[in-house]
Design a protein around this ligand. Sequence first.
Ligand SMILES: [Zn+2]
Length: 282
Amino acid sequence: MELLAQCKEKINEADIVLVGFGKEFNIKREDILKSEKRYLNLDLDNACLSDLEKEWIELSIMYDCLNSGKCDIIEERKKLYNNIQKYLSDLGKSNYFVVTTCFDDIITYSEFDNDRMVAPCGTLKYMKCDKGCFKHVYDTPVVFDNINSILNKYYEDTYVDKDNMWKELSDAMPQCPMCKQVMSINIVKTNNYSEEGYRESWDSYMSWLQKTLNRKLVMLELGEGFDTPTVIRWPFEKVATVNNKATLIRVNDKVWQISEDIEAKAIPVNMSGVAFAEEIIK
Ligand SMILES: [Zn+2]
């Protein structure tokens, strides 16, 4: 495919690479959970818990899957990220940054440097008050570990004494120190999403981006639609406008079009972002 060769050549020639992993790369929580026996045996739908409490249990199992290295769907995606990282590393592209609209956290477990990464749509690592008492975010791993240890204690192929288990789980829910309500995970589209969760990495991204001006920059926009265009699509277009040495490679199987003003600096590719990534690493 000639277009693919053209993209590879552009990446090869670049001094700096900015990679945008769009929503197409996000693995849905239900897709992870549906292959988890522990989750299926829980029968969470019939538990006498609130929706938020049920969500914490789902997230805890997902967190366990991320860390166990035993969930096929997660490991497969991680492998793809690792291969892309290796591809860039083999080309000597050590000056890179990754922006992602995914909030499944898988990329943070990959070989990509976490200090060169920003996930403005949130992460499982932080929670905040669901009612919006304040913007502060809190670490979640201790909550996940606690919930998982309760689940493991009751699990023997199926869960024994579920009533006691639900009660213990309910007591393990993280509470806002102010309103005492159950807190929620800090990912986009939850109540009172807090930008505090990614402020530090966004600042690193902005200062990195400033240094790319008038340098040979390739922006690889992979599988990003119009769900949150302010994170990848529009900023990448803006960078292409102001940097005369920039190239935007937009890969999307639905909305790959490029506006006229940056046509000369862009390569639109009508293809799925994941399929494109799998092709370039071959
Ligand atoms: Zn609160």
